[in-house]
Design a protein around this ligand. Structure first.
Ligand code: CO
Length: 146
């Protein structure tokens, strides 16, 4: 009896953890496979894994996943360009960046974790790729469940 209870709690803790993560794929066609995702309200942290399923190298078709408030998108993307390839096309220690993965090339993957307690469910948040010229196509919306 006790063992069964423990086992069901163990199972539900795994189900809970699964709700607080997502895998997003990107490719050589400059696309993410998902244009939006939702962070369930029970998540204090939310882990995002970015895969690059293409073959092109980082210098030609680099992808990352950068999370910002919608209102910061244009300025962060513009300054990311200026930061250049040595910084992975992202201004270092940018306070406007909520979370970001490193820049990756074909066949690679990377992760980042969002501290959900720092987000405001009244704000609009987006994720985008800061590689030059990519964010017009590589952009998606984050919904925070209330
Ligand atoms: Co990209």
């Amino acid at each position: 009896m006790r063992k069964a209870l423990f086992f069901s709690m163990w199972l539900s803790s795994f189900a809970f953890a699964d709700d607080c993560q997502i895998v997003i794929s990107s490719n050589d066609q400059m696309q993410y496979d998902q244009k939006n995702f939702t962070i369930p309200k029970q998540c204090k942290n939310f882990q995002v894994t970015l895969q690059h399923t293409g073959n092109l190298p980082k210098v030609a078709m680099g992808h990352n996943l950068v999370i910002v408030r919608q209102s910061d998108l244009e300025s962060v993307a513009t300054e990311a360009l200026a930061a250049g390839p040595s910084n992975g096309y992202l201004k270092p220690d940018d306070a406007r960046v909520i979370a970001h993965t490193p820049m990756i090339g074909g066949g690679e993957k990377a992760q980042t974790t969002i501290d959900v307690t720092k987000l405001n469910s009244e704000e609009e948040y987006l994720y985008f790729c800061s590689f030059p010229g990519h964010y017009a196509m590589m952009k998606g919306k984050i919904t925070i469940e209330k």
